[in-house]
Write a protein that binds this ligand. Structure first.
Ligand code: PHE
Length: 454
């Protein structure tokens, strides 16, 4: 099999696939709960600020590597390193991305499995006041969790195995419109049944007392995760971009859609939660406990709206999961000359094992701490999201900014304005590496060793 990627035959495929990748649990599960934990408005404004100043430039760098290198994350970087007379060791950035994507796949499938399970739970109706107990019971059930994540993992594997046209493009054409309709419907329902003004205020009002270094870290980490940066996905999808498509424009569209959906998810959840008297600062149980309680309080209407909400989450998670599997499948099939079917089987099998560990982290290994992390699930999440992601993001930024400066092609990028081009390269060279590494160091010192500077 060739080491070069084949290409999508139309310009919307990249937009749909990358948006499907970006919009996921990160937007609808992660963004609202992190905003809730960090006081709402300030987090949201910082988030938007970082999306524009750091996220978009690094996003474009990742897509550029794929588009110019025309292959899987590792081969693309190797090719570009060679053409710019750089060390072939830069490929470690590609391997780092692939490793991160595999670990994310391992825990992402488990949360998505929860989502599907909750679709059924909320349809059958939860008694008011029982949501917390239901959550504990579900978490404790190893086999049930395994059943739901397997269903999710194998179905996404099926799409990926079918290739980039008949699998990914075809699925995204169907999933994305559905996702947007569902999100809008949920916002509409929240506006009618909840307290929209309170929700808006919570999302956008500036509360200076909530500000800390942790808020900045959370906002940057969330922005990168939500935009699917640093896991090879954007390099892989970039390599399938038709040659006449421009990196800058396509990236801006995807990033705007991703941020839009995160805000809409906040507008779907906060008015409902606040309107019914719940505080949205429940942390990562906001969706599974607080929202389930909200649906329980809504009675019969909740039995309809609840499943719809979890269906929305499942659709978003599914299109992201497809994109999380892609970098390693592309790597195995192109670099190790396997059929996509075989490559996908290996990847899915490996993720299955990781997911089992992640499930066990919720129950049988719940108290098995890994270093400073509470259990294997938290450890996987930490290692991929907080440790690898920013590291790979920094690596790509430095690689493109410092090593590929001469290879950067205004035409491929679609940036004709000299000032904008220089600004982009300047951010990649200086701003994002320094900023990301400071945040990375502070965050890791705090998580691993409990050392806090602010
Ligand atoms: N961006 C996705 C989300 O918000 C997750 C993801 C990460 C997808 C990395 C692909 C690669 O849920």
């Amino acid at each position: 099999m060739a080491s070069q990627s084949s290409q999508w035959n139309n310009n919307t495929a990249f937009l749909l696939a990358a948006t499907g990748s970006a919009v996921g649990l990160g937007n609808i599960w992660g963004f609202p709960y992190k905003a809730g934990e960090n006081g709402g408005g300030l987090f949201v404004l910082l988030y938007i600020f970082f999306v524009i100043t750091l996220g978009l430039p690094v996003f474009m760098a990742e897509v550029f590597i794929g588009k110019k290198g025309k292959s899987n994350p590792v081969t693309s970087i190797e090719t570009l390193a060679k053409s710019s007379k750089s060390s072939s060791r830069w490929s470690i950035v590609g391997y780092g991305g692939i490793l991160a994507s595999l670990i994310i796949a391992g825990y992402y499938a488990v949360i998505a499995g929860f989502v599907i399970n909750y679709g059924f739970i909320s349809a059958s109706g939860v008694e008011a006041g029982a949501a917390a107990a239901v959550y504990e019971a579900e978490k404790a059930n190893f086999w049930e969790m395994t059943f739901w994540f397997s269903l999710f993992l194998f179905s996404s594997g099926f799409v990926v195995a079918n290739g980039i046209d008949k699998g990914i493009d075809k699925a995204m054409r169907f999933l994305l419109p559905m996702l947007f309709v569902l999100v809008i419907a949920m916002v509409g329902y929240g506006a009618v049944a909840g307290d929209f003004a309170k929700g808006l205020d919570y999302l956008f009002s500036w509360k200076a007392e909530d500000f800390s270094a942790g808020t900045i870290q959370a906002a940057i980490g969330q922005a990168f995760f939500s935009m699917s940066i640093g896991m090879g996905t954007l390099m892989a999808f970039g390599s399938y971009m038709p040659s006449n498509q421009k990196v800058s424009k396509a990236s801006a569209v995807v990033v705007t859609a991703d941020t839009g959906v995160a805000l809409l998810a906040g507008l779907a959840i906060f008015p409902l939660a606040l309107g019914l008297g719940f505080s949205p600062n429940a942390g990562d149980t906001l969706v599974f406990v607080t929202m389930t309680e909200v649906f329980a309080q809504l009675g019969a209407a909740g039995q309809f709206i609840g499943p719809l909400f979890f269906f929305l989450l499942a659709v978003a998670a599914f299109s992201s999961m497809i994109s999380i599997l892609e970098p390693s499948v592309a790597f195995l099939s192109q670099k190790h000359s396997m059929t996509r079917m075989k490559a996908t089987s290996y990847v899915v099998a490996f993720c299955f094992l990781l997911s089992l560990v992640s499930v066990a982290g919720h129950n049988v290994w719940n108290t098995l701490s890994v270093g400073a992390l509470d259990n294997p699930f938290e450890a996987m999440k930490y290692f991929a999201d907080d440790f690898l992601l920013l590291l790979v993001g920094t690596g790509m930024s430095i690689f493109v900014g410092w090593r590929l400066e001469k290879v950067i092609d205004a035409d491929v990028m679609g940036i004709q304005n000299k000032f904008l081009m220089n600004l982009w390269v300047f951010i990649l060279k200086w701003v994002s590496p320094i900023f990301l590494m400071v945040i990375w160091t502070l965050g890791n010192l705090q998580i691993l060793f409990g050392i806090r500077f602010f």
